[in-house]
Design a binder for this molecule. Structure first.
Ligand code: ADP
Ligand code: MG
Length: 253
């Protein structure tokens, strides 16, 4: 896909295939085009050229509103409605889909439970009465509310303190493995990508420059951003990268 702004190309021949059920993470520096690519999936942005398919159907053949009800979307500034209670925030899409109030409430409570919030305790609160981490959990619950097959997440944990962030990463990774959702997750944090992903696509200047499993990425980083990161910021990943091939050589003997 290609997307040009007056300032230049945001996406330059960006190409990616996300297998069903895969936790795919787009990682790359700020301004590399990650958000632009993500928003094309639910037609918040239209490409200048190129094609996008969802389960084999061209994305531009969907009605945008219908499409957005089928694809979950979770963002950093979570966009919970401040005047709506937590339960109603979660049940937003089910309401738009015309579910009955009872169905909606049941669904919302089950989802709150799923993301680790007691519905009795939190369901009737307003977003401002929750911590950042709890609000982000509500955001995830809302993204899952209509049981979408695909969940788009744009730096959903970036505003959290390191501890809540780590906890949500761990919990969300295990949740995804249980629910078998296809997830397209954007982050500028390679450490987060390595922790969450089945597969990682490294984005640089509007292109996918490398795509593969976290292990493959560590062992053979083709991108300067990744190489720099591995040298500077991830002693553990670096250790694995140097030890694992050595171990495999040992085992091969
Ligand atoms: P990322 O999410 O990786 O930080 P973005 O996809 O938001 O990057 O942006 C990619 C590039 O496109 C950046 O150079 C950004 O400045 C530019 N860009 C994004 N949105 C717009 C817009 N609405 N108008 C003009 N330029 C934009
Ligand atoms: Mg972005």
């Amino acid at each position: 896909m290609v997307k040009r702004y007056p300032s230049g190309l945001a996406l330059d021949d960006f190409s990616l295939e996300v297998p069903t059920g895969c936790f795919m993470v787009l990682v790359g520096p700020s301004g590399s085009g990650k958000t632009t690519a993500l928003k094309m999936v639910n037609r918040l942005i239209e490409p200048d050229s190129g094609e996008l398919y969802l389960n084999g159907r061209a994305v531009n053949s969907f009605d945008p509103v219908e499409l957005r009800r089928q694809v979950g979307y979770v963002i950093q500034q979570i966009g919970l409605f401040p005047h709506m209670r937590v339960r109603d925030n979660v049940a937003l899409v089910p309401r738009l889909k015309g579910w009955s109030p009872t169905q909606r409430a049941q669904r919302a409570d089950a989802l709150l439970q799923l993301v680790g919030l007691d519905p009795q305790e939190y369901g009737d609160r307003y977003p401002a009465e929750l911590s950042g981490g709890q609000q982000q959990r509500v955001g995830v619950a809302r993204g899952l509310a209509a049981d979408p097959q695909l969940l788009l997440m744009d730096e959903p944990f970036s505003a959290l303190d390191p501890l809540s962030r780590r906890q949500l990463q761990v919990e969300f990774a295990s949740l995804q493995r249980r629910l078998h959702k296809t997830v397209l997750f954007v982050t500028h944090d390679l450490d987060e990508a390595l922790r969450l992903a089945d597969r990682i696509a490294v984005v640089r200047a509007g292109r996918v420059v490398q795509e593969g499993t976290p292990k493959a990425l560590i062992q053979e980083a083709k991108d300067p951003f990744v190489r720099e990161f591995l040298t500077a910021a991830a002693p553990i990943a670096r250790l694995e990268a140097s030890i694992e091939p050595a171990l495999e050589r040992e085992e091969g003997k």
